[in-house]
Ligand binder design. Sequence first.
Ligand code: PLP
Length: 351
Amino acid sequence: AGILNFCANNYLGLSSHPEVIRAAAEALEKFGAGLIFSAVPSIHKDLEEKIARFHQREDAILYASCFDANAGIFEVLLTPEDAVLSDELNHASIIDGIRLCKANKYRYKHMDMQDLEAKLQDAQKHRLRLVATDGAFSMDGDIAPLREICQLAQKYDALVFIDECHATGFLGPNGRGSDELLGVMDKVTIINSTLGKALGGAAGGYTTGPKPLIDLLRQRSRPYLFSNSLPPAVVGCASKALDLLMESNAIAQSMAAKTQRFRSKMTAAGFTISGKDHPICPVMLGDARLAAVMAEDMLKRGIYVIGFSYPVVPKGKARIRVQISAVHSDEDIDRCVEAFTEVGRKHGALP
Ligand code: PLP
């Protein structure tokens, strides 16, 4: 009671939106709790079409999670004659998906365009090149330099894949994601994302992109073929969340303003916040113990945040990761900054 949650992936507050909950209940009532193996009713097809429309792509395919979408794509798309170039800080599920394919693997330094270019040059000897990156990186709150990545991809004839789990629904003027934010919606070839974060659901993921690729995934992607489809309630929920986002960009816009408020007030208070323009705001502290005791003291002041340290982040880069949500009021954000300032002074993180 009275505790403010500043560590949820429910970026837009849609998981408790009355219309989203009603849509889930209606789908449950109409289609039942689960589905028999591989039986896909019309609501699944409708959601796939809606996802494609939302991202302005040709088609989409649903998975039980984005982990599955990432596990299922690379093996289908890439052969031993091809190459995949992956940011070293990509999410574990991209790394695992890449491990499953037989393409030649290149790992470029985090968001380092010189290194990517050098690796693209080396990869010219292969048949097809795919650059794979998180659109937004969840540990650092930084956004991939997609404009530069797409320019390099054009120069070296490569495809671009982005994982938009921490971007779909709220980055960009209409919440379409990091490709909209950076003006490259027509240059990114493939998007994988989740229904389980900003879209408010508890599960679900998808791939959206060119129709021939989606058709191929339906025939060959193992997590799609050999696992259950999404429960109807989850489909109902995501479908309503997308309707709300396509009706108005007000929620996405309020998110950007709140993010800005927190980042600028914390910086003025003397803290270092990693990343830029993203509601993931890592308060950089360095020392693992300091991050842990400060998070504990924040909870005593009614603010729930989590400290991250090695091995989740590199040694010496411990932090408290704050996540701003559209449901936080300006007063909530100010209360969080005040608590950080008090706790930071008490533990010597601030002078
Ligand atoms: N990709 C990224 C960047 C993530 O942060 C996550 C979730 O933590 C996933 C993929 C997996 O998403 P899901 O929970 O839908 O499996």
